[in-house]
Design a protein around this ligand. Structure first.
Ligand SMILES: Cc1ncc(COP(=O)(O)O)c(C=O)c1O
Length: 421
């Protein structure tokens, strides 16, 4: 396939920095990706040329507002939203989810129900359970099938009923890489007029997202997971955002998205997010040929970003395959999640494992000695670790590839794990 890793990697300056003379192998991507060059350029330019607060009559403030508007428009392109006014920026996904959940909670009465899943990151669980406690709402939990770490869809269906008001579900698991059948979840929720909040933090760096096609009500992601800076983003249908009451100060704008963007935003972070979307558009420009026909009705940068992500998704399947093949041949090693070669389109290349006789932390430390960066622990996906009874033993080792990783890097990781003693 025509996915030129050399050219792609040339867009990421940090991939070329070595430590102790040995190249660094970044397989810690679900915790945060490396930053593309257009991101650094955009942030640099913002801070040197546009740095000002919002709404002034003078040059830098006018230019700054233009950058902030462009950042909203870029995210609308990336998510295929109807309008830049459907994009809310904030500190990170967790903070935004606490904020949006409190606003939604004002509509709930005692006895209303909220559905969460045991496969989710805690940032898509605790904001809802705390809000439910505040409002006297009932929380229902969807179970996970232990054999392949997928959501139990029959259980999901049984948890939804006429009292369900909100369903919170991840697009992909940051712990085990499962891509959830989110379209089906949205269909089930809408059938009883419940709102759906999708946590797309883990999915966003791996595949194209179309909020109009999904028809989700709200969707969250984080730019630092898709090659940008530390900024969180929530998409919401405009009418919903307009009706929701925001927790805001009185002089701030009363319209979406600004009423949810409390205080002064991380302007350089928004500029960097614009750079991240520009990088994804470059990816589509260079490698998206043959994928564009999947996105009828889109044009310009929007189409490029989606085609780029589709090309990335296809390449990443090779990474999943190589990782799973290699790791599954190591004695006493257990991969938690989908391993069936015919089902690799149901996962992202985030592959987690345990190895008999080793704590996850010790493995991560040994790999770090070889400049191979992986995560260990629960990565805040506490519910699934508890469900699999892995929390006490230190969770799992998570190998999280991104589209800039090479098959050679994957082989290197596999060999290093095989050589552990
Ligand atoms: C699936 C998922 N949801 C939510 C979060 C929280 O994101 P943030 O750090 O932007 O609050 C993470 C971060 O690891 C994540 O992986």
């Amino acid at each position: 396939m025509s996915f030129d890793l050399k050219r792609i990697r040339s867009q990421f300056p940090s991939l070329h920095i070595t430590g102790n003379g040995t190249p660094r192998i970044f397989l810690d991507n679900p915790g945060g990706t490396q930053v593309a060059k257009p991101v650094v350029d955009r942030m640099n330019h913002y801070l040197l040329h546009n740095n000002a607060n919002h709404g002034g009559a003078f040059r830098t403030s006018i230019d700054s507002d233009e950058v902030l508007h462009e950042a909203h428009a870029a995210m609308a392109d990336m998510l295929n939203a109807n309008s830049p006014d459907e994009i809310i920026f904030g500190a990170n996904m967790t903070t935004l989810t606490f904020s949006v959940s409190r606003s939604l909670g004002r509509w709930l009465k005692p006895g209303d129900e909220i559905v969460v899943t045991r496969l989710d990151h805690d940032a898509d669980i605790t904001p809802w359970t705390m809000m439910a406690e505040d409002r006297g709402a009932v929380v229902r939990w969807v179970n996970v099938r232990e054999e392949d770490c997928t959501l139990d869809m029959a259980d999901f269906e049984s948890q939804i009923n006429e009292r369900t008001k909100i369903v919170a579900c991840g697009y992909a698991s940051n712990a085990v890489g499962t891509i959830n059948d989110i379209q089906n979840v949205i269909g089930m929720a809408h059938a009883v007029k419940a709102l759906v909040f999708v946590d797309a933090v883990q999915y966003a760096p791996h595949g194209p997202i179309d909020v109009q096609k999904l028809d989700c009500d709200l969707l969250a992601c984080s730019a630092y997971k898709f090659f940008g800076p530390h900024v969180g983003i929530v998409y919401g249908k405009y009418d919903l955002l307009d009706r929701l009451q925001a927790y805001k100060v009185r002089p701030a704008d009363n319209k979406p998205p600004y009423k949810f963007e409390t205080g002064t935003q991380n302007h350089e972070g928004l500029a960097g997010t614009l750079g991240a979307v520009e990088y994804l558009a470059w990816l589509g420009e260079e490698f998206g040929e043959g994928f564009e026909s999947q996105f009828s009705g889109m044009s310009g940068r929007r189409l490029k970003v989606h085609a780029g992500m589709a090309a990335s998704l296809q390449y990443e399947r090779l990474l999943s395959e190589r990782l799973i093949n290699g790791l599954s041949q190591i004695p006493n090693l257990k991969i938690w999640g989908i391993t069936n070669p015919n089902q690799l389109d149901r996962r992202v290349p985030t592959v987690s494992f345990t190895l008999k006789g080793w704590t996850p932390r010790r493995i991560a430390e040994k790999l770090a000695e070889q400049n191979i960066f992986v995560w260990d622990g629960n990565y805040y996906a506490l519910a699934i670790m508890e469900r699999l009874k892995l929390q006490e033993g230190g969770g799992m080792v998570r190998v999280g590839a991104a589209h800039y990783n090479t098959l050679d890097e994957v082989d290197c990781l596999v060999e290093a794990v095989r050589g552990l003693q």
